[in-house]
Design a protein around this ligand. Structure first.
Ligand code: C5P
Length: 299
């Protein structure tokens, strides 16, 4: 059994509309996921027991036990096929940890694909998708990538008609934000006044036209006021991106990473330099999207 390496992208939500809380504690969402070229790599190698190692930026904050969604993914897949979960999962982080870019969910998706291959399980895509949805709201999207509309709690996906390649700059923060805490703050700020979410027509039109300026204007995130409330400093980051000439700027998912859209690659570099020198964020990354979801790169 040779080791299997799977590469998996980060996501940014081009739209994140949060409806009322459901009886199961999740919120009804309409979201537009967009996979971008910041990647984690998960290598599954033969081992007597299930264990995880992590390298890369923020590795020290990543749990090595069942708090790690990749560990839970391996266990769930093994139970599904009726075998013992024996694998060494090694994660190389390129996606910011606790950054609102679904890094943990991406690792879970990659672990599903890598272990399926390592253990010759051969599960069909639909079954992997069901396991992914059980693991977390963002895990199914990490399997497919591209640009997709998510409904339910985010796990029900329809590919979006999207044209063109978009160039992004991401401003990374010192410290992560807890997703449940941001949803709680969103509920508190809205005091139960959430209406049912709907797909943004302006965003769909922008994606169909492939016009980055229109896309920049259509970006929207209902979790942004909550992230700004918990981390007021993010306002300065968004202002710095706007001053640097971004076509649009938004908190990514539950934050604290901020995403800025550029006209093209050169413009993205200009924005990245301006953000770096403004000193408002820990570091910046340039990336493009859409990119495919979890894919095997080595065996
Ligand atoms: O699905 P996942 O475990 O990734 O979600 C993490 C947390 O984010 C949930 O425990 C919940 O607090 C919040 N969440 C939510 N509604 C969603 C998705 C996530 O409230 N649709």
């Amino acid at each position: 059994m040779a080791p299997v390496t799977v590469r998996v992208p980060a996501k940014v939500n081009l739209q994140l509309s949060v409806g009322p809380e459901r009886p199961d504690g999740y919120h009804e969402l309409v979201t537009v996921f967009h996979a971008v070229s910041l990647f984690d790599e998960v290598t599954a190698a033969p081992s007597d027991e299930l264990r995880i190692t992590v390298e890369g930026e923020g590795a020290a904050e990543v749990p090595l036990d069942d708090g790690n969604l990749a560990m839970r993914a391996a266990r769930l897949l093994a139970a599904e096929v009726g075998i013992d979960p024996r694998a060494h999962l090694h994660i190389r982080k390129g996606i910011p940890v606790a950054g609102g870019m679904a890094g943990g969910s991406a690792d879970a998706a990659a672990a599903l694909v890598a272990c399926d291959e390592l253990w010759h399980a051969g599960l069909p895509a639909e079954r992997l998708h069901l396991l992914a949805a059980e693991l977390g709201s963002d895990v199914p999207f990490a399997l497919i990538g591209g640009t997709a509309i998510g409904t339910g709690r985010g796990e029900r996906l329809t590919p979006a008609l999207a044209r063109g390649r978009y160039h992004w700059v991401f401003a990374l923060a010192d410290k992560g934000l807890s997703t449940p805490a941001v949803y709680r703050e969103c509920d508190r700020l809205r005091a139960g006044q959430a209406s049912p979410p709907v797909v943004s027509e302006a965003l769909m039109t922008a994606l169909r036209s492939g016009d980055p300026s229109a896309l920049g204007r259509a970006l929207c995130n209902d979790l942004q006021p909550a992230a700004l409330s918990l981390r007021p400093h993010l306002r300065l980051v968004l202002e710095a991106g706007e001053e640097a000439g971004a076509l649009g700027g938004i908190v990514s998912g539950s934050g604290p990473t901020c995403a800025f859209l550029a006209r093209d690659e050169a413009h993205a570099l200009d924005i990245a330099v301006a953000l770096s020198s403004s000193g408002v964020c820990r570091t910046v990354r340039c990336a493009h999207g859409p990119v495919p979801g979890a894919r095997m790169v080595r065996r």
